[in-house]
Design a protein around this ligand. Sequence first.
Ligand SMILES: Cc1cc2nc3c(=O)[nH]c(=O)nc-3n(C[C@H](O)[C@H](O)[C@H](O)COP(=O)(O)OP(=O)(O)OC[C@H]3O[C@@H](n4cnc5c(N)ncnc54)[C@H](O)[C@@H]3O)c2cc1C
Length: 460
Amino acid sequence: MSTAPQTAYDPLYDPLKDATPGHGREYAPTYWVDSAGPAPEDDGPIRADVDVEVAVIGSGYTGLSAAVHLARDHGISAVVLEANRVAFGCSTRNGGQGQFATGRLKRSGWIDRWGVDIARGMHAECMEAFDLFRSLLAEPLVQPDAVDDGHIYAAHRPWALEKLKAEVQVLNDVFNYPAKVLTAEETREQHFFDRECCGAQFEPDGVAVHPAKYAFGLLRLARSLGVKVHPSSPVQGWRRQGDRYILSTPGGDVRAKRVIVATAGYTAPGLHALTRHRLFPILSNSIVTRPLSDDEIADCGFKSGAFYTDTRILRHYYRFIASAKRVQIGSRSAVYGRDAANPKHLARLRGALGRKFPALDGIDLDYSWWGWVDVGHDMMPRIFKPDANEHIYYSLAYGGNGVMYSAQAGRRVAALCAGQAMPALPIFQSVLPTEGVLTPFRRLGQQLLYIWYFTNDERP
Ligand SMILES: Cc1cc2nc3c(=O)[nH]c(=O)nc-3n(C[C@H](O)[C@H](O)[C@H](O)COP(=O)(O)OP(=O)(O)OC[C@H]3O[C@@H](n4cnc5c(N)ncnc54)[C@H](O)[C@@H]3O)c2cc1C
């Protein structure tokens, strides 16, 4: 049996304000949780003090992948601690877009920041990650309705198409990667009829998954390997005693020799000094329509199983869920948790849906939810041991691109925790940066940036 929730979902939760993401909370009201079938069995809350080799905090894709690889590759049976229901955070709320990316920077951004050689190393890391992702999706215990039809970057303005063309050139010439540019007509004939789309970049590596089925599959896989997964077990205190870290949960202390932090956008500032103010949690909201009629589907022109993002900085991510005949679309929304339920955010998303697909203007929505994305201050993740004197490891800050890469990140952080060396790439070589003295003004800065991004995105 899966552990039942003890408390209701809190739609106004804010990771910069609340001490933990809750205790035993129900899932967010997503289409994915509703359509995934019953959650698999777990190991129930921590009920007594326990000694463990490795404790993993957070049971999303990262924490579960770390536990799977600790067991498979290193013979270590970890204990996973989750504050709420298993995979309560982003891993049951996302768009299911398994993109060929990690972090927010594009390939050209990697070259600008690190030069061509390191950028090629990062590209190879993403290729290896995609192989692992595909192999996990194919595991008999996982199988999350994967659709392996690629990713469409839809240019929402003509100037954005010019940027996509330049990026495709970089992908072809520097990385020998077969991305291609599609005209508006080709995009319409082969994929979909988004009325804003002026042409697109097509990436063959893009796998859409059912996010909650993927998370539940990883839970089944982890437990089949001897991993213990404990929901309703928030880490509320953390201290060191000799060679042990004492993680306090409501049901007892977990005394671990090593700790992996996989708490993403749900990391409270008070969790540990090594993760404090290293992340910038950003809200993303998402809606799912009622099932479409055949006429509506024809008007939207859905033809392939590719998933879509547009070229706005405040981008829309969207897809046709063919098995359910529904459309999902999401984007950035409120700045503060207390404003998350403000109807203006839903109205904005509805407006975007209607502009892209006029047949869906004003359509009934069956689901609306939101979640906290973990963005790093330099837009790239880190898989790192942040203090040489501590046995603490983190894998954080995928910047809204974690569905695919979290599998590899989990494998990497497991290897790091088991004492293996990491590749000589920047995401494995330094701590997550902070904003230093600007930390108290982050949200103010975010509000100003959103105004600037919106103005810039919508220029003709
Ligand atoms: C609305 C939305 C849409 C997205 N769409 C996409 C997409 O289409 N493609 C893509 O690549 N990425 C997307 N993302 C991002 C992606 O979902 C994440 O990168 C990924 O799920 C991160 O997984 P994770 O395991 O690192 O973190 P999470 O799944 O967020 O898990 C962290 C867990 O840690 C737990 N936790 C926190 N603190 C404690 C504590 N003190 N004690 C115990 N447990 C704790 C939380 O409860 C949570 O369950 C989206 C995110 C959101 C919110």
